[in-house]
Design a protein around this ligand. Structure first.
Ligand code: HEM
Length: 146
């Protein structure tokens, strides 16, 4: 195990670690254009499949939607009950819609974690794990609806 990894440290409450990082990047849920556009630059560069799927998309509209969908994933983490919007988002990405195989959500999450690293001045292994844990349930839900 590398020095300074999450497992070596005293147990953190990852919900608290997440909330503090979220607040630093998207304080009170405010839109952070730099964070969102750095995420998309990395995500589009991650795979030709991703670039091809977004070839005809208005990316400025997409950026605003990402912010809202992030909140949907986080709400699902809190409530464990998928609301209308998350169910619709899962349907849009499923075989019936954009046909995004679940393994591509890994690329999405890697790009998001990189954007968090760039935009959270207090980024650390615990912060990274906190984001992965907070988003995992919503991503699992979306992939399961494929
Ligand atoms: C958890 C991860 C993801 C979230 C939260 C997310 C979020 C969104 C949102 C909010 C929309 C707009 C839906 C609408 O109202 O029509 C959308 C559309 C779309 N997403 Fe995702 N997405 C995710 C993963 C992916 C992945 C991995 C791909 C792979 C390429 C992808 C490709 C697309 C495409 C092609 C569209 C349609 C764009 C258009 O309307 O032209 N998404 N996504």
């Amino acid at each position: 195990m590398k020095a300074g990894t999450a497992l070596e440290q005293a147990a953190a409450n990852y919900d608290d670690v997440f909330d503090a990082s979220f607040e630093r990047i998207l304080g009170m849920g405010a839109y952070n254009p730099g964070f969102i556009s750095d995420f998309y630059a990395d995500f589009l560069a991650a795979s030709p499949f991703v670039r091809e799927r977004f070839a005809h998309t208005d990316m400025s509209a997409q950026r605003t939607m990402l912010h809202d969908s992030l909140l949907m994933l986080l709400e699902f983490n809190r409530t464990r009950s998928p609301g209308t919007h998350l169910r619709r988002l899962a349907e849009v990405h499923s075989r019936r819609g954009q046909d995004i195989p679940p393994e591509f959500y890994d690329l999405w999450l890697e790009s998001l974690v990189k954007a968090v690293a760039m935009h959270d001045p207090e980024f650390s292994p615990d912060v990274e794990l906190a984001w992965r844990l907070a988003l995992a349930p919503g991503i699992t839900f979306m992939g399961f609806c494929y």
